[in-house]
Design a protein around this ligand. Structure first.
Ligand code: ZN
Ligand code: ZN
Length: 109
Protein backbone atom coordinates (compact mmCIF):
# COMPACT_ATOMS: atom_id res chain seq x y z
CA UNK A 1 0.00 0.00 0.00
CA UNK A 2 1.60 3.22 -1.16
CA UNK A 3 0.64 6.13 1.07
CA UNK A 4 2.85 8.69 -0.61
CA UNK A 5 1.09 11.46 -2.49
CA UNK A 6 1.31 11.20 -6.25
CA UNK A 7 3.48 14.29 -6.67
CA UNK A 8 6.21 12.92 -4.42
CA UNK A 9 6.29 9.73 -6.41
CA UNK A 10 6.78 11.65 -9.64
CA UNK A 11 9.67 13.68 -8.25
CA UNK A 12 11.43 10.47 -7.29
CA UNK A 13 11.08 9.07 -10.78
CA UNK A 14 12.54 12.29 -12.21
CA UNK A 15 15.50 12.07 -9.84
CA UNK A 16 16.16 8.45 -10.59
CA UNK A 17 15.52 8.61 -14.30
CA UNK A 18 19.18 8.92 -15.38
CA UNK A 19 19.93 5.67 -13.53
CA UNK A 20 17.05 3.82 -15.12
CA UNK A 21 17.85 4.61 -18.72
CA UNK A 22 20.03 2.45 -20.90
CA UNK A 23 22.68 4.54 -22.61
CA UNK A 24 22.74 2.17 -25.58
CA UNK A 25 19.08 2.45 -26.58
CA UNK A 26 18.08 5.54 -24.52
CA UNK A 27 15.04 3.72 -23.16
CA UNK A 28 14.19 2.27 -19.78
CA UNK A 29 16.17 -0.86 -19.17
CA UNK A 30 14.53 -4.17 -20.01
CA UNK A 31 16.10 -7.12 -18.21
CA UNK A 32 18.61 -4.78 -16.56
CA UNK A 33 22.10 -6.24 -16.59
CA UNK A 34 25.11 -4.84 -14.77
CA UNK A 35 28.80 -5.04 -15.63
CA UNK A 36 30.36 -6.24 -12.39
CA UNK A 37 33.68 -4.50 -13.12
CA UNK A 38 32.20 -0.99 -13.03
CA UNK A 39 28.53 -1.48 -12.04
CA UNK A 40 27.16 0.23 -15.13
CA UNK A 41 23.80 -1.16 -16.24
CA UNK A 42 22.11 -1.68 -19.59
CA UNK A 43 19.31 -3.72 -21.14
CA UNK A 44 20.41 -7.30 -21.39
CA UNK A 45 19.81 -7.40 -25.14
CA UNK A 46 21.66 -4.09 -25.66
CA UNK A 47 24.79 -4.99 -23.74
CA UNK A 48 24.88 -8.55 -25.07
CA UNK A 49 24.80 -7.41 -28.68
CA UNK A 50 27.30 -4.65 -27.83
CA UNK A 51 29.88 -7.08 -26.41
CA UNK A 52 29.70 -9.16 -29.57
CA UNK A 53 32.10 -6.64 -31.07
CA UNK A 54 33.45 -4.70 -28.10
CA UNK A 55 34.81 -5.81 -24.73
CA UNK A 56 34.88 -2.40 -23.05
CA UNK A 57 32.10 -0.70 -21.12
CA UNK A 58 30.25 1.79 -23.39
CA UNK A 59 30.17 4.36 -20.55
CA UNK A 60 33.55 4.21 -18.81
CA UNK A 61 35.73 2.09 -21.14
CA UNK A 62 36.70 -0.39 -18.45
CA UNK A 63 37.57 -3.79 -19.88
CA UNK A 64 34.59 -6.01 -19.13
CA UNK A 65 36.49 -9.27 -19.61
CA UNK A 66 39.50 -10.28 -21.70
CA UNK A 67 37.76 -13.04 -23.61
CA UNK A 68 34.26 -13.75 -22.28
CA UNK A 69 32.48 -10.49 -21.39
CA UNK A 70 29.20 -12.32 -20.68
CA UNK A 71 30.73 -13.87 -17.58
CA UNK A 72 31.11 -10.41 -16.05
CA UNK A 73 27.59 -9.20 -16.86
CA UNK A 74 25.00 -10.15 -14.27
CA UNK A 75 21.23 -9.66 -14.29
CA UNK A 76 20.30 -6.93 -11.82
CA UNK A 77 16.97 -8.00 -10.32
CA UNK A 78 16.95 -5.20 -7.74
CA UNK A 79 17.36 -2.54 -10.39
CA UNK A 80 14.80 -4.16 -12.67
CA UNK A 81 12.26 -4.38 -9.86
CA UNK A 82 12.87 -0.71 -9.12
CA UNK A 83 12.35 0.23 -12.76
CA UNK A 84 9.11 -1.72 -13.00
CA UNK A 85 7.89 -0.17 -9.74
CA UNK A 86 8.72 3.38 -10.82
CA UNK A 87 7.61 2.93 -14.40
CA UNK A 88 4.57 0.68 -14.07
CA UNK A 89 3.57 1.09 -17.70
CA UNK A 90 6.89 -0.28 -18.87
CA UNK A 91 6.06 -3.86 -17.97
CA UNK A 92 2.62 -3.53 -19.50
CA UNK A 93 4.00 -2.02 -22.71
CA UNK A 94 6.74 -4.59 -22.89
CA UNK A 95 4.25 -7.42 -22.41
CA UNK A 96 2.03 -5.93 -25.09
CA UNK A 97 5.01 -5.62 -27.41
CA UNK A 98 5.93 -9.25 -26.80
CA UNK A 99 2.33 -10.33 -27.18
CA UNK A 100 2.26 -8.55 -30.53
CA UNK A 101 5.49 -10.27 -31.45
CA UNK A 102 4.06 -13.68 -30.62
CA UNK A 103 0.84 -12.88 -32.43
CA UNK A 104 2.83 -11.99 -35.52
CA UNK A 105 5.18 -14.94 -35.11
CA UNK A 106 2.99 -17.77 -33.83
CA UNK A 107 5.63 -20.45 -34.41
CA UNK A 108 8.40 -18.81 -32.34
CA UNK A 109 9.12 -20.39 -28.97
ZN1 ZN B 1 18.99 -0.67 -23.97
ZN1 ZN C 1 31.35 1.16 -16.93
Amino acid sequence: MNLLPDTENKIKVMDLNPHLLCSLCSGYMINASTIIECLHSFCKSCIYSYVESNKYCPICDVQIHKTKPHTNIKPDKTLQTLIYRLVPNLLKNEMQRRQTFFDENPYVG
